[in-house]
Write a protein that binds this ligand. Structure first.
Ligand code: ARG
Length: 254
């Protein structure tokens, strides 16, 4: 009987040690969870069922520097900031523009890239220049992705000015489908995803004029100043040693 007790105790001890060891191991490589929205090539998009792109690659390099394991989740773009605010995700990285409105909700890292808002139209359609959007009597239906700066510009500059209406879509690809089948007259979107979508869909063009220039950065919860500091430290090093530029060059071919 004594022997059985001793064996049982021994087994318990071994199990306990194993549990300790595995939790110690987990503690060694903490997870850096990132929320993104995956219809934004070349920043985040699917290669088969794998999410790749500039943001994923930069976040991976940051996680590596911090000794963390990156975990990427693809969610609706307008859920990213709430998810970061509530701590469901550590960072939001989605070609996300730094804006005054967002700065009230989250903190942003240093900027790692620039975006330009452009206008996509259907070839042979009524809109041939950005000026057409602001012409007297214009009545344009503008497609945008929900929660983006493109949506804000379209709302402020077109809908609020009585120059048309805005339709929002969960995915950039849905907005482009709507343009193709005539539900919207144009789509306002960031230049690189716009180029990728125009390349992937026949009969679409990007209008010449640039609509607005923006800085992309990583969103972190306001109270998570420690993580923000670490991310900026890692990002600044990756910018200084050329890693960020080489990632941008890998995914953006002019
Ligand atoms: N730069 C724009 C913004 O911050 C659009 C970003 C959309 N990103 C995405 N992964 N869908 O509002």
């Amino acid at each position: 009987m004594k022997k059985i007790l001793a064996i049982t105790l021994c087994l318990l001890l071994v199990a306990g040690l194993a549990a300790c060891a595995s939790s110690a191991k987990q503690a060694e490589t903490p997870v850096l969870s990132m929320a993104t929205e995956g219809t934004f090539q070349p920043y985040e998009y699917y290669d088969g069922d794998k999410l790749i792109g500039i943001d994923v690659a930069i976040a991976e390099a940051i996680a590596e520097k911090l000794g963390m394991t990156l975990e990427v989740t693809d969610i609706a773009f307008d859920s990213i900031i709430p998810g970061v605010q509530t701590g469901k995700y550590d960072i939001g990285m989605a070609g996300m523009t730094v804006t005054d409105e967002r700065l009230e909700e989250v903190s942003f890292s240093s900027s790692y890239a620039t975006g330009v808002q452009v206008v996509i139209v259907k070839d042979g359609g009524p809109i041939t220049s950005v000026d057409d959007l602001f012409a007297d009597g214009a009545n344009t239906v503008v497609g945008t992705q929900t929660g983006t700066t493109g949506f804000l510009y379209a709302t402020w500059d077109i809908e609020d000015e009585g120059l048309g209406t805005v339709k929002s879509f969960a995915k950039t690809t849905d907005a482009v489908e709507a343009l193709k089948n005539g539900q919207v007259d144009c789509v306002i979107l960031d230049n690189e995803p716009a180029k990728a979508l125009v390349a992937a869909n026949e009969g679409l063009s990007i209008l010449d004029a640039e609509y607005a220039v923006e800085d992309y950065a990583i969103a972190v919860a306001k109270d998570n100043t420690e993580l923000l500091g670490k991310i900026n430290g890692a990002l600044d090093e990756l910018i200084a040693d050329g890693t960020v530029q080489s990632i941008l060059d890998k995914y953006i071919h002019e």
